[in-house]
Design a protein around this ligand. Sequence first.
Ligand code: HSE
Length: 298
Amino acid sequence: NYIKIFAPATVANVSCGFDSMGFAVDTIGDEMTFTKTVKKGVKITQITGANGLSSGPTKNVAGVVALAMLKQHPVDFGIEITMHKGYSPGSGLGSSAASSGGAAFGVNELLGKPFSTLELTKFAMLGEEAACGTPIADNVAAAIFGGFVLIRSYEPLDIVKLPVPDELQLVAIHPQIEVKTKDAREVLPENVPLKDAITQWANVGGLVSGLHTNDYQLIANSLTDVIVEPARKHLIPHFDLVKNEAIKAGALGAGISGSGPTIFALCKGKKSATNVYKAIQNAYSDKNIDFNLFTSKI
Ligand code: HSE
């Protein structure tokens, strides 16, 4: 009658895989509870950890997802949701996806698990659509499936779970400014030169292969984005500095996490992650922008 879950933060795109790759973060995320109620419908009774989120079930992404699930699978009870946001919306770490994906998972448990993981991802995408206007799957699929995922196809939806090499570590810096995904999508190019498209899809292939074969050099070579990062990086204060310092300190690669402003770096091993952490900290410490810096296993 009651379930408490951890809904992880997620890094989408992972440089070359715009809207088609993502991974879940171990150490940062939201806590959500789901309780059966006698009164039918969906009620969000508590939101802590973030300001300005509506608790109206049709306005909050968790409510949007829960209502859609109840519509497709009617039951004779209602669901009460609480959420504690572990990080702020507009961070580029899939905050809305944690709420949407968490809601899909939690509600499914109370309903007796009628839906498959793929179906849960589709419900969670409705939350993403409500949040930013586009039903993007990269963050929600990573939150629901865990680990590294590839959205091989949107129609029909096909999610491929990828292996995560043992030593892969994340270092991420979240400058405390907000970038709305909707705004970050408005700066995207409408057309892509064939040459850039070739570079991009070749790198996606390289990254997928590197993850499968534990080939850290191949992963490093493939963490390149010639399409989205150049169009968006001006939205993120000191992006080039952080990226360069991270790579100089030994990161395999670095890029924009989702639609930013968080910048992620992938590293091989904890020692390298510590070096990269320190280099980023140094680079940002005199910049008069508050930031949250963290490492995580993937
Ligand atoms: N792939 C999305 C973007 C992630 O970069 O706009 C945000 O959900």
